[in-house]
Write a protein that binds this ligand. Structure first.
Ligand SMILES: [Zn+2]
Ligand SMILES: [Zn+2]
Length: 124
């Protein structure tokens, strides 16, 4: 007797047009599941891909080190440090003693969203 494959913990067995298929519990796609022929190899492969996709879409993008791709420092002296958004030109205080970069990160997210929105509008 073969050891039970754990793949079926992640797929539901469904029947489509009289043919047994495997339905991924996560992305709801169905796949051929011929257990006698090609076994569950393709299902396992999908599972790996599906898992990678899910974790990358669930994890918020990490801007911590990327913030400075979107901002340039326009002032950095005893009065404090200021950074300007390269996209929209807005200037923020970013003195590490008082402000850190959390609000810069937040702005980058919003700014990127907004520019995507505007690009879509132009296309329409
Ligand atoms: Zn899937
Ligand atoms: Zn901006």
């Amino acid at each position: 007797m073969q050891p039970r494959s754990g793949v079926w913990d992640h797929f539901d067995k469904v029947v489509e047009n009289g043919i047994g298929r495997a339905k991924c519990k996560y992305c709801k796609n169905t796949y051929a599941a011929n257990s006698s022929k090609n076994g569950t190899t393709s299902l396992k492969q999908h599972l790996d891909r599906c898992k990678a996709q899910r974790s990358s879409s669930m994890m918020p993008p990490k801007f911590s080190s990327h913030v400075w791709k979107y901002f340039e420092v326009v002032q950095n002296n005893e009065e404090g440090r200021k950074a300007r958004c390269l996209r929209c030109g807005v200037i923020y205080n970013c003195d590490p003693k008082w402000y850190g970069t959390a609000h810069l990160k937040k702005h980058v997210e919003k700014c990127l969203e907004r520019s995507l929105y505007q690009e879509n509008r132009i296309r329409i």
